[in-house]
Design a protein around this ligand. Structure first.
Ligand code: PLP
Length: 392
């Protein structure tokens, strides 16, 4: 029986919204029809707690019958992601989200109370990097490295704090940071002080795959990512780790943090990995970099203050302090004009996270829709016109 559902009205309205707005939220993207089909497939019906048996020696396989197809699917998904990042790292494709991936990653190598050295939320990190309102800040003893005067990570401070505090784990990765992450330097510091080195590449994973950002593989002990940002897959997470940590990571995901994996999402992740292996995906990554630099330069030429003075990746932060406007006011006004982005704290933020003094601008989603440099420059000019007309 098919019920006439009100939900399809919501879906149609949301589709119209997505088709008619300029999407500049740095963590969003548009998946392919194939990913959409997989996520909406019969795989959603299947319970498959556990892992395909042959995957990690010592794991106990699945806890349900009828898993012969999903076993092959999950193996294929793992194999394809390893190809994307040219790696022999172990991979777990079951985390339901980036936050679940980070929770499991910490749980695999840390005990509650252990020390993590990471970036502060207000400086561009994610909630799961130690915010006091998140499990990470409640369970672990957090220490935060600082930014230098230009807004870049102060690697000398990372080194100094690591030597003084001897953290158990050093984390590199961010949600609102526009510069290359110096994985080599982080790695050397972590090795020197005997800390695990973890990278959360959620935002930049697509650029790592396309060769537009240095890769953490071969350096980091554990790498987490979401699959739905620059990677352009379904909403979900992945964890990669050096082979010697495989059992710990798998155990931390299941039974440590999760029950049954979302096999329909794992199917979508496998398709995203197939897509990430194509030349078109590499070109998309290169175009993201060209587009982001073009848009960022347009704002700089119009006199805007860009945090760090530019960008190396798919996003940048406008510091609106000089304009007297809050990030929230600009976000709301742009919404009215069909331009979607999000308010964001800037370094040394004086306003609350609900208001903020900046906005974060990302180009991945509209690059997927085919926007080129000239289109992004036009959008920058439109945003400038809207901002200039806002009442002070
Ligand atoms: N890690 C980083 C760096 C992120 O930016 C995000 C999300 O924005 C996450 C983890 C969490 O991902 P999710 O929203 O899937 O839990």
């Amino acid at each position: 029986m098919r019920l006439k559902s009100k939900v399809f009205d919501f879906i149609e309205r949301e589709q119209r919204r997505q088709d008619s707005t300029v999407e500049l939220i740095a963590s969003e993207n548009f998946v392919s029809e194939n990913v959409m089909r997989a996520v909406g497939s019969c795989l959603t019906n299947k319970y498959a707690e556990g892992y395909p048996t042959e995957r990690v020696s010592g794991n106990r396989g699945r806890y349900y019958g009828g898993c012969e197809v999903v076993n092959e699917l999950e193996e294929y998904c793992c194999e394809t992601w390893r190809k994307v990042f040219h790696t022999d790292y172990h991979v777990n494709v079951q985390p339901h989200s980036g936050s679940s991936a980070n929770l499991a990653a910490y749980m695999s190598v840390l005990k509650p109370g252990d020390k993590i050295l990471s970036m502060n939320l207000n400086d561009g990190a994610h909630l799961t990097h130690g915010s006091p309102v998140n499990f990470s800040g409640k369970l672990y003893n957090m220490i935060f490295y600082s930014l230098d005067a230009s807004g870049r990570i102060d690697m000398n401070d990372v080194e100094k704090l690591a030597r003084e505090e001897k953290p158990n784990l050093i984390l590199a990765g961010a949600s609102a940071y526009s510069r290359i992450l110096d994985f080599e330097r982080f790695y050397k510091i972590a090795r020197e002080v005997g800390a695990y080195f973890m990278v959360d590449m959620a935002h930049i994973a697509g650029l790592v795959a396309s060769g537009d950002h240095p890769s953490p593989f071969g350096l980091a002990d554990i790498i987490t990512t979401t699959t739905h940002k620059t990677l352009r897959g379904p909403r979900g997470g992945l964890i990669f780790c050096k082979p010697e940590l495989a059992k710990k990571v798998d155990g931390a995901v299941f039974p440590g943090c999760q029950g049954g994996p979302l096999e329909h999402v794992i199917a979508g992740k496998a398709i995203a990995a197939e897509e990430a292996l194509t030349p078109e995906f590499a070109e998309y990554g290169h175009q993201i970099i060209r587009n982001c630099k073009a848009m960022c330069n347009a704002f700089l030429e119009m006199g805007y203050h860009v945090v760090t003075g530019g960008t190396d990746n798919h996003l940048f932060l406008l510091d609106l302090t000089d304009t007297g406007l809050t990030g929230k006011a600009v976000q709301d006004e742009l919404d009215k004009h069909g331009i979607t982005l999000n308010k964001n704290c800037v370094p040394n933020e004086t306003r609350s996270p609900q208001l903020t003094s900046g906005v974060r601008i990302g180009v991945a989603a509209m690059t997927t829709k085919g926007y080129q440099e000239a289109d992004f420059i036009e959008v920058a000019k439109k945003i400038d016109r809207i901002i200039r007309e806002m009442p002070r």
